[in-house]
Ligand binder design. Structure first.
Ligand code: GUN
Length: 282
């Protein structure tokens, strides 16, 4: 079975749109998401455009602030401070990566925790690892939603995550653990990676290398979640971290690229924006 993140996210966005329609009467306005994009990295521009389109579909107000690569760290921090203080702003997202002269950690820490729709603020990260209420990072949250929508039982399963980033690998490992999977985190220094991945009943791949996972690395009947967004060096087309054509026949469930995890990430960003809006109204 191929899980369409595109279809699932369209359904969830339609439901959110119905919910958001009721907000002006209840709260006087709709949620407002501000996205900051520094520079003109094509992938980042495309992600930010996707976020604006999804906001429009859900009825969320979206402001995208574009700044040149040359912006100083102090200038960026000033913008964030102003947005933190602006009561008409519910969510703040700074598109990563940032130029080298800007300290990403400093920028993430500057965002008010209650407006941190990415769930990247250290206080949100700490809350996640202590199983306290928090904003969940969008990609990991979307992955768990897809698994549940596909009827995948997570509890008791052997899950292997390839990748240990703050954005995907670490938080998705924690969410799988919270669903009672037995989780292994593999990475670039893992020895005999194929031996490890062949043990996986659920395999999550977030390594950022085109078609890195080959058919011999995957057990028959495994559930395969592909987080990669790469250009195929041969065809120039978008492709995942997983060799989809070779693995689809042996996987019980697999996500495509494009149209898999990506749309779910944006969908969860919409959900997080609504959650931040509602929490701030209380
Ligand atoms: N760059 C790649 N993924 C993400 C994400 O989920 N959030 C932000 N802010 N930047 C990213």
């Amino acid at each position: 079975m191929v899980i369409s993140g595109k279809e699932l996210s369209a359904r969830l966005k339609a439901e959110m749109a119905e919910q958001v329609k009721t907000f002006p009467a209840k709260y006087g306005r709709v949620p407002h998401l501000v996205v900051i994009l520094v520079g003109d990295n094509p992938a980042s521009v495309s992600y930010v455009t996707g976020k604006a389109k999804a906001s429009e579909a859900v009825g969320i107000r979206n402001t995208t602030i574009r700044k040149p690569e040359s912006i100083t760290e102090a200038e960026l921090l000033d913008i964030i401070t102003a947005l933190n203080l602006d009561d008409e702003v519910d969510g703040i997202l700074v598109q990563l990566p940032l130029p080298k002269h800007i300290d990403e950690n400093k920028v993430i820490e500057a965002i008010d925790k209650s407006k941190d729709v990415d769930g990247f603020h250290p206080l949100n990260v700490a809350a996640l690892w202590q199983k306290q209420p928090c904003t969940l990072p969008c990609t990991p949250k979307g992955i768990i939603k897809m698994l549940k929508a596909a009827g995948v039982e997570i509890a008791g399963k052997r899950a292997v995550v390839i990748g240990r980033s703050n954005i995907v690998g670490l938080p998705v490992s924690k969410l799988l653990l919270d669903e009672n999977a037995t989780v292994t985190i593999a990475h670039s220094r893992t020895r005999n990676l194929g031996e490890v991945t062949r043990q996986a009943e659920i395999l999550v791949v977030a390594i950022g290398r085109p078609k890195f996972v080959t058919a011999d690395m995957v057990a028959d009947g495994a559930v395969v979640i592909d987080v990669g967004v790469n250009r195929d060096p041969e065809t120039g087309k978008l492709c995942g971290d997983v060799d989809f054509a070779a693995i689809e026949p042996k996987a019980s469930v697999i996500t495509p690229v494009p149209g898999g995890v990506g749309p779910m990430t944006i969908c969860c960003l919409m959900e997080n924006t609504i959650e931040c809006f509602l929490k701030r109204r209380k």
